[in-house]
Design a binder for this molecule. Sequence first.
Ligand code: AMP
Length: 449
Amino acid sequence: MESFEELNINRQLLNAIADLGFEKPTPIQAEAFPVGMSGQNIVGIAQTGTGKTLAYMLPILQQLKFSKDYKPRVIILVPTRELVVQVVDQIELFAKYLSIRVLGVYGGVNIKTQMSALTQGVDIVVGTPGRLYDLAANRSLLLQEVKKLVIDEVDVMLDLGFRFQLNNIFELLPVKRQNIMFSATMTEDVEILINENFIQPEFIAIALSGTPLDNIHQSCYPVENFYTKVNLLSHLLNDKETYQKVLIFIDSKKNADRLFEALEELLWGQIVVIHSNKSQNNRLAAIERFNDNNARILIATDVIARGLDIDDITHVINFDTPKFPENYMHRIGRTGRAEKMGHSILFYTEKEEDWKKGIEKLMEYDIPTLPFPKEVKISKELTLDEQPRIIEKNPHKKRTHVAGPSFHEKKDKNKKDFNLGGGQKIKIKKAKKYKKPITRGQKNKGKGK
Ligand code: AMP
């Protein structure tokens, strides 16, 4: 799309966008606009830098008519107070020529000030789930008029444990509303939230094409199961010359701990692990050790690794294959930075093969397969998740063993992911990264996010 005029947005919005110096909509903005206008639920898979804030705000601001009512019509939930400030700043810039009242609410500051600000009347409330719920619970924030709910960075939000607050807020909101959700990564938790709360959402996925694929040497190994992956990993990591600074990605906190325990003895002192169940101090210490090259190996979950700024990673090892190809792109983008050559190795089981194909399709590149090293032992030990499930069919009958635990099940689930909600297909667009201007929020709060 060549210009914002093509979206048929009003003059006030066009002028504000022109003031910001934006020439044309980013792919996610162009893609999300008609869906936003239609009132359909939206699930956007996009990270910061794709222009996602304006993507969800454009249709909202285009449709929000002037009102004197004091009850808000739009709620935007974000995981941190820094983000609240940043999003409010951005909305104020976009709505510069509109009469729209925006308020940011977050914890850690006096609730009374926010309560009194709400009595003045607002159109859009941007808040963290905890404080927003408190304000709704004490009835200073009335949610009956809410027509649109935006949840931004939902993966981070769930990883921080905001599930309960989100559910509480959902209960207070009118059933008839448009839900717009953005997440940089897809996790099981995000998927559950979508399935439980979003009716027939339109999926919009934006893959950053800025990932310097040319600088990343990619390869993959077919591996039988979790503990065989552990054996292969130990074998590779034995080569300290090659594997100098290794970031290992794994899907869940549980598996991160399981992997750490399995490698701890062999790699004593060289390996650290981070995920959101670890204390802040613990995480900082681990990252510091990795950054200072005191620990050679860092195990991390997708969500927790996002905010990390670590240089000179020689290898990214994907201990599992991400179900959503964008997660793989995020992972491997952690190496091969600043013109340096990076390496990415992917382990995939038979169950994960379809996901690998999805990644290859997105990249339009087949990851070269390496032969499984003969000296690596194939383990027969299975994790609980890998074990065949035993279903109690009928108390009078014998127990039935169901072979191939979650393979078929996951395959079906996978199909659903790409064809969710009655024929909705994920559209994957390529986007480049857009620079973030300095906002008041950033100036005041340092890094912002
Ligand atoms: P976001 O992904 O929403 O955090 O946006 C990142 C940054 O991209 C914003 O702060 C804007 O400065 C910039 N941006 C958003 N939309 C556009 C656009 N259409 N053209 C150029 N830059 C943009």
